[in-house]
Design a protein around this ligand. Sequence first.
Ligand SMILES: [Zn+2]
Length: 462
Amino acid sequence: MGRRVSCNRFAQILCASLCFAIASRGSAGPLPSALAEKPTAQSSPQQAGSTPSSRAESKTPEQTRTEQYTLSHERQAKAVAYSRAGYTLYFVSYFLGGLFLFLILRLGWAAKFRDVAESASDKKWIQGLVFVPLLFLTLGVLKLPVRIYWHALSLHYEQSIQGWGSWLWDWTKGEFLSTAFGIVLVLILFAVMRRSPRRWWLYFWFPAVLILFGVIVIAPLVIDPLFDKFEPLSKEHPDLVASIEKLTKHAGVPISPDRMFLMVASRKTNAINAYVTGLGASKRVVIWDTTIQKTSNDESLFIVGHELGHYVLGHVWQGFLLGAAGLLPALYFLFLGLHWALDRWAGDWKLYGQEDWASLAALLLLLQVLLFVSSPVISGCSRTQEQAADVYGLEVIHGLVPNSAEVAAHAFQVLGELDLSDPNPPPFITFWLYSHPPLADRLVFAHSYDPWSKGESPKYVK
Ligand SMILES: [Zn+2]
């Protein structure tokens, strides 16, 4: 339901970026995707425990009707300030990412790294093993201040409760993984480039898609546990698992309890969230322990219902296919863009051709531009999925949970308060970077979606 953190860690990596941006969004969250993908990739979202409508205070549905997303003056000011800072940082981090790559080229650092790599060995794979970490770690360190600033802000707004030591360790692991993954992709890319200088964009697409697929499959099994602790949901919440089983049977798509996991988020964050991740054997629903702690049982059930929507409607799979399809024209754009740039600036940047390791910096710069301009499309696809998952969640709890529309509306209210959702995001910001519809709209929708009273057929859960 909230921000998604896991697969997005790799979003900045060559070629997987486009796919990931789409494929790894399994969750419904109030915050713009950018916040999850960029500055906060490893920092956990969070929130102060002292929020107004946590579980203890939630009213029974009969007593109140949550018509609108409303915040206290103090909470509203925080939500607006925190969100606006996030939007600003989104654009700033794209700009800085591009600027750093440009400077690395312009100041001859990329060429220097190449010289170091080429002097290390005549073997191309050893050169790659030297060059890629030099470039990636330099970029990682240059971008570190923005990441630190964002984490400081998250601590200030009590969204994160993760200490600096733990945060830095997460950052280190993230950099290490990105670099390892980058080495594999770049070695393949340059091998393909050397063999097929005019068609590499096509031939590289096949292994890139395969690797992407592999990473999505193994991420929940191998990568996510490096950052957070997971356990079977049935271990501590057999009652919730039993309720979810009722839900999935009601929907006619029973999901085995061993595909339901609890993530111990409370060590790092006050925010609440849930998501769907993995493909095939690793496909699963993950719910944060904070969500169970801070929402009522019925609200938790609605949040899980939303995730079941992603699960049943195959959104991870759909995202992967969209990403894989988008990757091909993206690679062609990179091919054209690289030649265009080399024709103009190869001399200035001391590059001797596309198969020069240093041209990787130019490819990353082009990728940065491409990802930025395609943000509205990627965000739009994601919002469409999230809207569908909301509909699914509303339908799947209807008839099982008393006053289900109000339960959903109140769940959004709690989610917004805890995760400091912007009550009124500028339309341009929503269009450009929101992975979910604005929370206020989702809340209103929870009450307005009512095919049952109109004698219409529900869309997904008949
Ligand atoms: Zn979702």
